[in-house]
Design a protein around this ligand. Structure first.
Ligand SMILES: C[S@@+](CC[C@H](N)C(=O)[O-])C[C@H]1O[C@@H](n2cnc3c(N)ncnc32)[C@H](O)[C@@H]1O
Length: 480
């Protein structure tokens, strides 16, 4: 719940019930019986008279141009400071705030309306509240850490207070719908780990994904039936609890349908569906397609969804290789991986291996580049490398490479984890995969490699000569 608090410039304000918390000025604090958690300092001069009585203060940075001198001065004092900082579109000033954010709690004071890029940039900082003086842009407050709102005035204006309460209500609602998960998630390993059924339930909420697959399956079957003029052999690899199988099963009169699923937890559900919905006409195997493929013969169409957040990180190139035959059409037809250099405050020095991260504390600092591409049926090029130099804006920093994917399912139908173009169905079940790098300024000379051995695959990324995850020591994806 976003709370509304006030800088109390008069003692009476403290006895009103309009605010969830108060920060009294030094004069008001001296009239109170109880100790306030923070005292508002009008200027640093007041600190010297008060330093013996209180240890925590709220103070304003008046001129952003002197931010580093001011924050340096505060850092040398023996007290804890919450600093009200103006929100200004200046790279160097933003850089100073970033450098000092581990030492101070910030309260943002927005002035003019920010551009969308600058909203993202400020949201990547850590701040506990927003000071509102009049009109205010709610975007900065819609943040997983849920900053409070503070009103400040010599004479608190009733209109501003009621507006602040309605902002707080609307911000709380927006945050509830934003679904940011600001923690690192270990990517799933569906090839080697048994996923619980609840995980499938979450996948199945991703409507755009199933809509795109349905259109792609319909279109591919339509084309193949015209071309081959016979009953088609169709295989679904890894159907999970069956949504893609159900789409293909609508054409059981024209196709002979097989499914191979290695997770035993899904098999009884698939068999039940086969009995109740498909007249037991689907042939279901429990096992690994890499082992079973040779005994199943050739297929006209192979449908799979073995796509990871970075496209190829759930080993779809390796898994589908066993089915690569010249006359087999596959859905998806291609998978591409993309990298965008970004800054993410959560990453700073915290991690050394890839994770999934859905965060409102990241923003891009350079263009997106395609890194890898796999075609299905593929040409067995499991190992790929990509080299590129990204130029950053002057005074910008990057500490993360954000990985996403796009998959062309069939014809004009594609899915992706971010919106790359208007024809791609943007899906919700994939979070970006992030690759941490040492903080760099000015440019990123990147060499990104995918390396696949007989029993595992991994990524190595070298930035300005410094290699991460060499030999997959920090992180690799098992293949057996
Ligand atoms: C990401 S899930 C997708 C499930 C389902 N297609 C859906 O959209 O809800 C991938 C599925 O592929 C299965 N799988 C992964 N590797 C496999 C393999 N080598 N052989 C058979 N099934 C596999 C996993 O057990 C999992 O059920």
């Amino acid at each position: 719940m976003t709370r509304v608090g006030a800088v109390a410039t008069k003692k009476e304000i403290i006895y009103e019930s309009r605010f969830a918390f108060y920060i009294p000025t030094a004069a008001v604090a001296s009239q109170l019986n109880t100790k306030a958690s923070h005292v508002f300092l009008e200027s640093l001069n007041q600190y010297h008279t008060l330093s013996g009585t209180s240890r925590a203060f709220l103070i304003r940075l008046v001129d952003f141009k002197y931010a580093s001198t001011f924050l340096d001065q505060l850092a040398s004092l023996e007290a804890s400071f919450v600093v009200v900082v103006p929100v200004v579109e200046s790279h160097s000033y933003w850089g100073v705030l970033r450098q000092y954010q581990s030492q101070f709690a910030y309260v943002l004071q927005p002035k003019l309306r920010l551009s969308a890029d600058w909203v993202k940039r400020y949201k990547s900082l850590t701040y506990i509240a927003i000071l509102i003086l009049n009109d205010f842009d709610e975007d900065l407050a819609v943040k997983a850490t849920q900053p409070d709102l503070i009103v400040y005035s010599e004479d608190i204006d009733n209109n501003l207070v009621s507006r602040a309460h309605s902002y707080a209500k609307s911000i709380t609602e927006k945050i509830a719908n934003a679904k940011f998960i600001n923690h690192f998630i270990d990517p799933l390993q569906p090839l080697t780990q048994q996923m619980p059924l609840e995980v499938y339930e979450t996948f199945e909420k991703d409507q755009p994904k199933y809509k795109a697959y349905e259109e792609a399956i319909d279109l591919a079957l339509h084309d193949l039936l015209i071309q081959r003029k016979r009953k088609l052999r169709v295989l679904v690899v890894g159907p999970g609890r069956g949504p893609l199988l159900a789409t293909a099963a609508k054409r059981l009169q024209q196709i002979e349908l097989t499914a191979v699923e290695k997770n035993p937890l899904c098999i009884s559900q698939l068999q039940e569906l086969n009995r109740t919905s498909w007249d037991s006409k689907v042939t279901i195997y429990e096992g690994d397609i890499r082992i079973l493929a040779a005994s199943l013969g050739d297929f006209d169409l192979v449908i799979s969804e073995l796509i990871g957040s970075f496209g190829c990180n759930e080993a779809c190139p390796e898994i589908l290789q066993a089915l690569a035959k010249p006359n087999t059409v596959m859905i998806p037809q291609t998978i591409q991986s993309f990298i965008t250099p970004a800054f993410c405050s959560l990453v700073e020095g915290n991690i050394t291996r890839p994770y999934l991260l859905n965060s409102d504390e990241c923003f891009p600092v350079a263009e997106t580049q395609q890194v890898f591409e796999f075609s299905f049926p593929n040409n067995a090029k499991f190992d790929q490398s990509f080299q590129h130099t990204f130029a950053l804006n002057s005074l910008d920093v990057s500490n993360t490479l954000v990985g996403n994917f796009k998959a062309n399912l069939y014809g004009h139908i594609s899915i992706g984890s971010t919106s790359s173009d208007s024809t791609t169905f943007v899906c919700s079940s994939w979070y970006p995969m992030i690759f941490p790098i040492q903080t760099v300024e000015t440019k990123i000379e990147l060499l990104f490699r995918r390396i696949s051995s007989h029993d595992r695959l991994w990524y190595e990324w070298t930035v300005n000569g410094s290699k991460m995850n060499a030999q997959g020591v920090e992180y690799s994806i098992p293949l057996s």
